[in-house]
Design a protein around this ligand. Sequence first.
Ligand code: ADP
Ligand code: MG
Length: 682
Amino acid sequence: MNLDATAVTEVEGVGSKRAKDLASLGIHSVADLFAYFPYRYEDFRLADLTEAAHDEKITLQGTLFGTPSTRWYGKKKSRLTCRMQVQGVTVSLVWFNQHFLKNKLMPGQTITVHGKWDAHRLQMNVERVFLSAEEQQRQIGRLEPVYSVNASVTVSWLRKTIAQAFRQFGGEIQECLPQALLTRYKLMERARAMMLLHFPKGWEEGRQARRRMVYEELFLYELKLMWRRRLEKTETAGIAHSIDHQRLDAFIADLPFPLTAAQRRVVDEILMDMEEPERMIRLLQGDVGSGKTVVAAIALYANHLGGYQGALMVPTEILAEQHLHSLKGLLEPRGLRVIGLTGGMKAKERREAMGQLQMGLADVVVGTHALIQEAVTYRNLGLVITDEQHRFGVKQRGLLREKGQNPDVLYMTATPIPRTMAITAYGDMDVSTIDELPAGRLPVETYWVKQDVWPRVIQFIQKQCQEKRQAYVICPLIEESEKVDLQNAQSVFEEIAQELAPTRVGLLHGKMAAAEKDEVMRSYAANEVQVLVSTTVVEVGVNVPNATVMVVYDADRFGLAQLHQLRGRVGRGSGASTCILVANPASETGVERMRVMTETTDGFEIARRDLELRGPGDFFGVRQSGTPEFKVADLMEDQKVLEVARADAQLLVKSDVLWEKEEYTPLRRWLQAFENAASIVD
Ligand code: ADP
Ligand code: MG
């Protein structure tokens, strides 16, 4: 019997009206009903009074004494109180608006109550009462599931319905994991785990049931990712780049600095992938300033040595310009032709650039999303790199890949994400991590100040400029806005330019024309302008190593990831750098963000704190979707299980048992169904 195809109306007591109610919770089939797990349990085990915590819900059994009394507040509201002897202690029980109970509470009677415990007053706000011996016996010790419901479904009805569904269809629940895995991890059977997750007899059993379902959920998820990856790799043969290592090593030796050990390691990982006939799909993670650009340059050069064109895609024009400049510096002396292609270029320039790509007259192209527009064709694209990958939508990921004969793909990102997040969001990729900054970098000193010390901030900037250093001042808005009382770049620029004269101050924001922006950035990079007042257009990737001061105005307006990126614009050279966050936070989270920023400069730690503040659902924001919603698993809590499940899935996809052994049939079917569905969706 296929429970996915069995409608809830097959469950006794569920008619078409009830089916509609269930549908409002996303429950359509009996399988959905079984998979609608409780998010917590009401605990009806008897509490030990000496250990009962204040404000917790507990269950007590005791003997009533004295007479109950009712007090009325107006005609409708009442408060019923009664005393009870529990473990030698007198506690008072309180019921609101349940005066009718008064006649049922007899002195000397033993009853069981459940509700919120006030440990200071020795008083319980009773929510549930069990009077008869039979009722008490049935209820004590139970863990009652609590479900998330809405106005049309009550928890108690859902509980009953799920119990009924188990009576009718519980026997039809199929195992999906192979025996080998069940044995290895001592996992309970699927049918039993599902039943116990709804109706555990004790905490330990509930825990075991959950453990089983968490593993299943994460394993199936990982298996799907690995499978997709395998399809992608086998269906579309990649390029086996032939790399001239002698020339490549000479190139690396000629760089202005030696690579860090971490850079060397990721370069090797990338080169190895490129030489394989399988297609490379790799994520390069590295904190701000860890030196990803040069890794990209090395990969692009290696790709060129094998005879292919390469593309580097970036999210902003400013970044495109910067990378174009540095790649030209590194690659043109080696005879490569490096060109740019952005939306801001004049039509004639664009046509020219596109022509060069099509004819193979250009070896490397650096550009914005203009690179993935349909009209752009390449003669032989062998490697595609995207920088600041988190800035691109998931869809755009795929588009550039399709431009060549399945070019190798390298995604670079500075947004440090905890490993579990990386695995789930980028699980279909290999991951390389640069976990080391170039030698001699000093951590950026970070201060949080209130707005009233602004004059001192200006003095500080002035002093730094006198020492030939440069500064950024970031403001949230471009122009005066009547509604929001935030500092805007335009007026801060005017103010600072006046106060700092003759120090030269520049202004940069997203509404400026491309050529204007380029000119401002160029003069800032050349230290012709010492202070750059800007909106967040410099947030990602911008590299001016001589800049050592980062001032962020209204810093509480920015998220942690953004602040970390902004701070990453300084501390890129050997000079000591300072970040000043100017903020009078209006909210508790605003304060907390300022605290996190002053406490640590470690991007991974910041990502972790960010995750705590925001919760995983929101972690990637709107830009980066693709984090799955799990029913039972919790990415923070179940990190270890995820790692294990991933390794198991990886192994299984590569082995033959999946195709040969009987016990793998359910998984095989499941993957095939997924494969069919995938070809329709993509
Ligand atoms: P990100 O990883 O943030 O993109 P970049 O690639 O922009 O970092 O590098 C930041 C700065 O560090 C650049 O000025 C770059 O020249 C420099 N850099 C990169 N690698 C090294 C290294 N191994 N030793 C010294 N400086 C380096
Ligand atoms: Mg970068």
